[in-house]
Design a protein around this ligand. Structure first.
Ligand SMILES: NC(=O)c1ccc[n+]([C@@H]2O[C@H](COP(=O)([O-])OP(=O)(O)OC[C@H]3O[C@@H](n4cnc5c(N)ncnc54)[C@H](OP(=O)(O)O)[C@@H]3O)[C@@H](O)[C@H]2O)c1
Length: 286
């Protein structure tokens, strides 16, 4: 068996939105496993070039392509350019995403349309464009980046959550349709990750409602008391992309360090802070 660092040698991975955040961590992890990578971005070319430079340091080829996933013609062009520059795409990670926190009954419709296009229609069309080659070669991996906002809901993210939930339906149905072809389709649903996008939600809560430190309040209310890291998401995506995950198809892996387990059931972690709460040392449980 190939060593972990060579499991994807000869494969080409396209990771949308890999100029920073989760996408960059995924692209570099796949590069570290031997896959050549197509790095995509919407606006920040310098960041995409930096991801490509880091990927090349791992000894693989890297191409950089600009495309706004909300613009369906640009999505078609992205698929064409990726195939022209690399000859094939074996692994597609539909990672690029955007979300606009809004009070839904006052929401700007153009922003809702935009997030449905970027987070759902774009990935669907990109998958459609790249799937035929994978099926012909009898091997492929499609990994869709959804969110716990889709599986569990998140206030002020209704449009975003709808798009991300759509991605889950797409994942399951396409997986069922092409099961046995050698191509698998799975999704990951991360909890909040400390990236520009993740932190913007808490900033919005602060600015909109004047909550002093919404991130701290959130962390205090969830069992792990921490956010997920980009590396933790990359590890799971890399495993799903590897030949070793051939038996996993149509699944949604929730990747939240336990944030959606019994939320709010632990107010703080007194045993970690060394400060007894409630009845103090003599208090009986239950
Ligand atoms: N962070 C979280 O808490 C969290 C939780 C669950 C799921 N997710 C999902 O994880 C994925 C990555 O998010 P992230 O947290 O890593 O965000 P991020 O750090 O803000 O990075 C977003 C990436 O996507 C690109 N992008 C954004 N809108 C795009 C568009 N319309 N077309 C093409 N590229 C676009 C950005 O490129 P430019 O800068 O060039 O625009 C950037 O490369 C998203 O799908 C997000 O929904 C994030």
């Amino acid at each position: 068996m190939a060593s972990g660092s060579a499991l994807l040698r000869g494969r080409v991975a396209l990771v949308t939105g890999s100029s920073r955040g989760i996408g960059r961590a995924v692209a570099l992890r796949l590069a570290g496993m031997g896959a050549s990578v197509v790095v995509t971005y919407r606006r920040r070319r310098d960041e995409a070039l930096e991801t490509a430079r880091l990927a090349r340091e791992a000894g693989v080829e890297a191409a950089v392509i600009q495309a706004d996933m909300a613009d369906l013609e640009q999505v078609e062009r992205l698929a064409r350019q990726a195939l022209e520059s690399m000859g094939r795409v074996d692994i597609l990670v539909n990672n690029a995403g955007t979300g606009y926190a809004q009070v839904f009954h006052k929401a700007r419709v153009d922003l809702v349309v935009r997030e449905i296009h970027a987070d759902l229609l774009g990935p669907i069309l990109l998958t459609r464009a790249l799937l035929p080659g994978m099926i012909e070669r009898g091997w492929g991996r499609i990994i869709n980046v959804s969110s716990i906002a889709a599986t569990h809901g998140a206030p002020y993210l209704a449009g975003y959550s709808a798009a991300k939930a759509g991605l889950i339906g797409f994942t399951r149905s396409l997986a069922a349709e092409i099961a046995g072809s050698g191509v698998t389709v799975n999704a990951v649903a991360p909890g909040f990750v400390e990236t520009r996008l993740g932190l913007s939600y808490f900033r919005w809560l602060q600015q909109t409602f004047g909550i002093p430190d919404p991130l701290k309040a959130y962390l205090n209310s969830i069992p792990p008391h921490r956010l997920v890291t980009t590396e933790e998401v990359a590890s799971v995506v890399a495993f799903l992309a590897s030949p070793e995950a051939s038996g996993i198809n149509g699944q949604v892996i929730i990747l939240d360090a336990g944030a959606t387990l019994a939320p709010g059931s632990l107010a703080g972690r007194p045993e970690l802070e060394g400060a007894p709460r409630g009845g103090g040392a003599g208090a009986a449980a239950g």
